[in-house]
Design a protein around this ligand. Structure first.
Ligand SMILES: [Zn+2]
Length: 83
């Protein structure tokens, strides 16, 4: 099995069987990729893609969500001590 990323919408597409002339359809946007002569052709636009460009790089998929905490707990107090 192979995973590629849809060039149209970025959705992950699973390719169970890759052979010359196979058509792979994206479940999300319906784009059809035709595989032939070592490259994918997006049938909507006739754009050609290198399989390497579409293959998902799993080494980069381990993204750490960056949460920014704006809730810094300042100790706010006013100086109006009437002593
Ligand atoms: Zn798609």
């Amino acid at each position: 099995m192979k995973f590629i990323v849809c060039p149209s919408c970025g959705e992950e597409i699973v390719i169970k069987d890759l052979y010359e002339g196979v058509e792979i359809q994206c479940d999300l946007c319906g784009s059809v990729l035709l595989y032939g002569e070592g490259r994918f052709i997006l049938l909507d636009t006739n754009e050609e893609f290198d399989p390497e460009d579409l293959e998902k790089d799993f080494s980069e998929s381990a993204e750490e969500p960056e949460d920014e905490f704006d809730d810094i707990d300042y100790e706010e107090y006013d100086d109006f001590y009437g002593e």
